[in-house]
Design a protein around this ligand. Sequence first.
Ligand SMILES: Cc1ncc(COP(=O)(O)O)c(C=O)c1O
Length: 400
Amino acid sequence: MKRHRFHPETESVHGSKDFEKRNAPMAQPIYQTSTFQVTDSDQQLRATGTDMFYTRYGNPTHTAVESAIAELEGADAALLFASGMNAITTSILALVKSGDHIVAQRDIYGGVTKFLSTWLPKLGIETTFVDTTEYDQHERAIRPNTKLLYLESPTNPTLRVVDLRKAVAIAREHRLITLIDSTFATPINQRPTEFGIDVVLHSGTKYFGGHTDLICGAAVGRRELIDRIRGTRTTLGGVMDPHAAFLLLRGIKTLAVRVERQNESALRVAEFLSQHAKVRSVKYPFLKGHPERTLAMEQMKGGGGVLSFEVDGSGEDAKKVSESLRLFALAPSLGGVESLVSLPVLTSHAMISAEHRQKMGITEQLIRLSVGIENVNDLIADLEQALAAVVPAPQHVAVG
Ligand SMILES: Cc1ncc(COP(=O)(O)O)c(C=O)c1O
């Protein structure tokens, strides 16, 4: 863990600047180039391994964003990828070999469940899924060949919160590398390296970008681990386009103010829904009644901008509500300035088995909301009118 130079709001704006006075552009230049020319073979040799060799290896625009993300997370180094899935799969592949074993929480992004359960076995790497907050199960699942403990917190879309201290203690006892998908939290709400997590992963497509206009991922952590992951990225080739990296840096400048607004609004929306007659349950880490609320409030600065709720009705009713919303656009993804709604059974967790979904508590009635930066009263009014679309089933009154 590295010491922070500034508060998160300042780090968001200034990223990794050195503050030396010089004549220079205020905005990060885009090195829109696939390769870098050198004057002679000696220079060519020197360029290898730098960010001015060939863009699959690195690029100065990437370096600027990577330093900004590392600073926000309080880590030695960060690495950009072409997508969040690319960051996750490349990082895992970099850290395991055939014959190794992984322990992973059950409540994780569906794409990662699919990678761990159907792709990695082809390479001779097995995963045991454990109940997300049952730490005894984590411990029992560990084998002599276990190498990684894979976590996500808060979880998508059930908003469960993992006790990072407990998970790290288990991992350290068994010499496992810990990886966490911290997409929902962002470094504004949670800094897993402060709890001893080794590698922090993000779908930067979400809050880092913040404007629903790019796809990217990031892996952040100790330099030695990030260097191993970098070597695998270079081989597998999942780099970001430099222009998109420029947009990403622009998004990061407003990360803190966006997330603070989203924290406040999402809590208000969660409170509204929890009082609504047509809502069966609401999942939001900072909402009273959430099973891990105390832990969440201790580990996180805010509950984040995503919540989910179950309609008191059928799967068809959930569809009706999501289709009736006007300000919340019906689309997968989250973390942007505009509010989105999706049904996890059709989107984030459509690719995994119904049985696995059931174990995660992802029902047909579950609706996920990503709260944007609009006025929260407008958002609540939108939900009010959409929930009015769920008409209670007619009561059959027995006539005696
Ligand atoms: C928590 C989480 N992790 C990872 C991903 C994958 O990210 P990407 O779509 O950028 O590949 C997603 C995508 O929805 C996600 O929600």
